[in-house]
Design a protein around this ligand. Sequence first.
Ligand code: NAD
Ligand code: G6P
Ligand code: MN
Length: 434
Amino acid sequence: TLKVAIIGGGSSYTPEIIEGFIKRHAELPIKEIWLVDCEEGKEKVEIVGALAQRMVEKAGNLFDVHITLDRKAALKGADFVCTQFRVGLLKARVRDERTALKYDMIGQETNGVGGFAKAMRTIPVILDICKDMEVLCPDAWLINFTNPSGMVTEAVLKYSNIEKVVGLCNVPVLTEKGLEKHLGLAPNEYQLQVAGLNHFIYIRHLWHQGQDRMKEVLNIVADNPDPLRPKNIPPFKWDPDQVRNLGVVPCCYHRYYYLPDQIMLDEIADEKEHGTRGEIVAKMEQELFELYKDPNLNIKPPQLAGRGGEFYSDAACDLISAIHNDKRTIMHVNVRNNGTIKELPEDCAVEVSSVITSNGPVPLNVERFENPAVVGLMRLMKAFEELTVEAAVTGDYGTMLQALTINPMVRKGEITRKVLDELLEINAEYLPQL
Ligand code: NAD
Ligand code: G6P
Ligand code: MN
């Protein structure tokens, strides 16, 4: 039987992961689920934990749900550790976004200055969790969705002794669902291959009945990215000539790099008028927790589908089941590169389609990226990630400044230093590395 620890158990997404485990009870012999949170999230984990307990009870008491602030108790003897925490909660996200806006930049939680600040807050905590895991559950798999998922995974790979780590994102899942709908495909009749960095993946193949339909997908997406668009991303249009020329299909987060002027202007204006995504999400979260408090609610409420991260916990359950049952199904995950993407360093994290075995993900071979536009930008973004991870560990100011200076989304000059200094100030209580 299995013990699963979920760190950041107070997340409003928790009913999704609980539903995922309930759905799979026949293939996943889970005995205990431990929802762990911290002092700041005590109330949240108690509310959502009670809902989780009602859901499990309704399903016939398939397993025990423990609610705790004691991380060590939760980790002891765990087989799988899922991390879905947000250091500083949504208020920290909103503070980053507002600081970025002040300097006419985007503070999105995984890109630009927002992703940078979130990495600085998160990496010390994940490395602490890894230290506990070494002692309390050295054989467990760490399944991380805490953003920025790629950089957090890379920090674990480079700076901890935990090797059994997999980073997850729902962008590849949404890509599959979107293409299935648009092309009329059933989930089991095609195979997608993606490769790149988290929130910076390209579709390399869509094999269907012996044909590669990637070029057709590129044509569709170049004119209209909607089939691939998560709910947290507002509608936008590519420059179709530029995107067709890439030769591979970009994900929606690439818009920050391919359309910076337009996106920055539109999204900054929109955020100034309607509030930042974090502020909108904070309202949704409040409404969700009001629903969760209802003692008669014992299912995942449909309102949760308004969040950008929908399906990510379901993907986590799929991944856990694929590892436990040695399913050898293909999923799209963040792992150590090891030469899979030949244009990137061996020891960095990449998001690639992989066969999931009981020994972990085995990445599919990736053909070289032919277009220098793709290679150049991907290497630059990886350099930003490497520097950010290093800065989050060492706390070195020069490294932080360097990371932001090379990031195309960050405005350059005196303003870079100003935004960095302010981010460090507003996040001071969460930055033990400084
Ligand atoms: P949230 O604000 O609800 O945070 C989840 C919980 O983490 C909170 O209850 C909080 O108290 C807790 N927490 C904070 N610090 C902690 C610590 N040190 N130890 C234990 N718990 C701690 O966040 P959310 O909006 O539900 O998102 C959760 C995380 O998942 C975020 O990091 C978010 O970026 C990420 N996410 C990832 C994807 C993906 O595609 N990988 C999709 C959606 C969300
Ligand atoms: C996306 C992503 C996440 C992202 C999230 C935002 O689709 O894959 O990594 O950060 O959803 O969702 P939210 O609803 O919190 O803005
Ligand atoms: Mn993601």
